[in-house]
Ligand binder design. Structure first.
Ligand code: FES
Length: 421
C-alpha cells in the first residue's frame, strides 16, 4: 500500500443517460440519472483507493449542500480529505454530463464559481510521507510553484502531471514532472492527428519525463527517455459495449501509477492502465474496478439464485457490461447483456426484470426500445433488431454454481461492433 497525494478539483457530476444525443433546442427524457463525485484527480484517487492505497486529496472544498455531499461521497470512497482547503463561501463545481448510451460518449457542461487551489495551503502539507505526487495541469502559475517546491524538497519522489486541455502558462509546468499524461484532445488541439508525431514533439517540451498519451480506441502510447525515447504503442482490446467513458483517462492514470508502485516497468504499467480503462468504459461508474483476474474466475452466481423461470443479471466480465443468465423449461443459458440494436445493456444496473410475460409466452426484453428476444435462442422476435440475436455466453455448472466457460465473444451490433472512444 502506498500514499498518494492528488492535487486538483472535486466536482459533483450529474449524469443524464440518453439513448441518443439530443439535437439543439429539443427536449428528451433521460433513461437514468446518477449523481457522483467527479474531477480528474478525484476519479483517479477513487480508483487508487480500491487498490488499497492511501489516497489523499488536496484541493478546494466548499461547505454548501453540494460541497458537503462531495465530501461525504469522497470519504465513503476512501479518500483522505485532511489536506483539502475548506472554504466557507462559494459553490461546489458541478458538471452536467449527457451520456449517450448508444455510443458511450459524453458531453460535459461544467460550472465553476470557486477560487483555484493555491500554493499557500499546499506549502503547509508535509510531503515526506507520500510515495507519489500527482497534479492536474491547471491554475498553472501556482501549480508550477507547487511542482518546483515538491521537486526541490523531495527530488527522488515520483511526480506526475496530467495535461488534459490547454491552459494559460501551461509550459511553466513542464520542467518539473517525472511523468506526464497527455490527453488525445490536447494533442489534437495542438494540431496532431498522429500520436507518434505528437510524442516526438513533446520530447523537446519534457525531455526529462516519461510521457503517456491516451488515444481512445487505439489504446495508449508511451515514450520513455530511458528507452532511447522510442515510442511504444499499447493497443487496446476490443470492448463489447462502451457503457460509460466518463473518467476513462483518469482510470488509465490510476492504473499506471498503481502498476509503477507495484514495481512494474513502464510498458507493463501502461498496459495495466489500458486494461483497467477498458474495464472502466464497459461499466457505469468506478465501482469494483480493482477486482483481480482471479475474481473474474469466481462463480457468476449460484444455481439456486435462479427460480424455475427467471433471468438474472450478473457482474461485468471481460469487457461485457454484464451477463444475463436465463432459466426456462429447465434449460439454462447465458447471453451478453448487450442489445444487438445499438449496444446498450438490455436493462441498466438491473439484477432482474429481463424476463417478462407476453401473449406469446415469456420473452427477454430490452427496455431501451422494447425489443423482445426468445429466452432460449436469444433471437430478437420483435423490435428494431428483429432477426438479430443476443450474443450467447458459454457457461458451465459445477457444484451448484454457474461459471463462465471460456472467453466471451464480442457481441455483434446491427451497425457493426461498438468500439471504445
Ligand atoms: S437498444 Fe434499442 S431495442 Fe435495445
Amino acid at each position: 500500500m502506498a500514499r498518494i497525494l492528488g492535487v486538483g478539483i472535486a466536482t459533483l457530476d450529474i449524469i443524464n443517460e440518453v439513448d441518443n444525443y439530443p439535437p439543439e433546442d429539443s427536449e428528451v427524457r433521460a433513461l437514468a440519472q446518477h449523481r457522483r463525485t467527479g474531477g480528474n484527480v478525484v476519479n483517479m484517487l477513487t480508483v487508487l483507493s480500491q487498490f488499497d492505497h492511501q489516497a489523499h486529496f488536496a484541493g478546494v472544498l466548499t461547505e454548501d449542500a453540494d460541497g458537503r455531499l462531495i465530501q461525504e461521497k469522497l470519504e465513503r470512497q476512501g479518500i483522505d480529505l485532511s489536506h483539502a482547503e475548506r472554504l466557507g463561501y462559494g459553490h461546489a463545481p458541478t458538471s452536467y454530463i449527457t451520456l449517450n448510451r448508444a455510443t458511450g460518449s459524453r458531453s460535459i457542461v461544467h460550472y465553476r464559481d470557486l477560487p483555484e487551489y493555491t500554493v499557500s495551503p499546499f506549502f503547509k502539507i508535509d510531503l515526506a510521507p507520500f510515495d507519489w505526487l500527482h497534479f492536474e495541469g491547471r491554475n498553472c502559475m501556482d501549480t508550477a510553484a507547487m511542482l518546483a517546491w515538491a521537486k526541490k524538497l523531495h527530488p527522488g519522489k515520483p511526480i506526475s502531471l496530467e495535461i488534459e486541455k490547454e491552459r494559460p502558462f501551461l509550459e511553466q509546468l513542464f520542467p518539473f514532472p517525472d511523468v506526464v499524461f497527455f490527453s488525445r484532445a490536447f494533442a489534437q488541439g495542438r494540431g496532431f492527428s498522429d500520436p507518434e508525431a505528437f510524442l516526438a514533439e513533446v520530447a523537446s517540451w519534457v525531455p526529462q519525463a516519461v510521457v503517456v498519451l491516451g488515444w481512445g480506441a487505439e489504446g495508449a502510447y508511451l515514450r520513455d527517455p530511458a528507452a532511447d525515447g522510442v515510442c511504444q504503442h499499447i493497443p487496446s482490446r476490443p470492448v463489447a459495449s462502451v457503457v460509460d467513458s466518463v473518467g476513462a483517462g483518469d482510470t488509465l492514470i490510476a492504473g499506471v501509477i498503481h502498476a509503477r508502485l507495484s514495481a512494474h516497468n513502464w510498458p507493463e504499467a501502461v498496459t495495466f492502465g489500458a486494461r483497467l480503462a477498458e474495464r472502466k468504459i464497459a461499466q457505469s461508474g468506478f465501482e469494483d474496478l480493482a477486482r483481480t483476474e482471479a475474481e473474474t474466475e469466481a462463480p457468476l452466481c449460484r444455481l439456486d439464485d435462479l427460480g424455475p423461470a427467471d433471468a438474472l443479471g450478473v457482474r461485468p466480465i471481460q469487457g461485457i457490461p454484464s451477463i444475463v443468465i436465463v432459466r426456462t423449461d429447465n434449460r439454462i443459458q447465458a447471453f451478453a447483456n448487450v442489445c444487438p440494436h445499438n449496444g446498450s445493456p438490455l436493462s441498466r444496473n438491473a439484477r432482474r426484470g429481463y424476463l417478462v410475460e407476453r401473449n406469446a409466452g415469456r420473452v427477454l426484453r430490452c427496455d431501451v426500445h422494447n425489443a423482445h428476444f426468445d429466452p432460449q435462442s436469444g433471437l430478437c422476435t420483435k423490435g428494431p433488431c428483429a432477426g438479430h440475436p443476443l450474443q450467447p455466453v458459454a457457461i458451465r455448472i459445477a457444484q451448484d454454481r454457474i461459471y463462465l466457460d471460456g472467453d466471451v465473444t464480442a457481441p455483434q451490433i446491427m451497425n457493426g461492433p461498438v468500439s471504445s472512444s
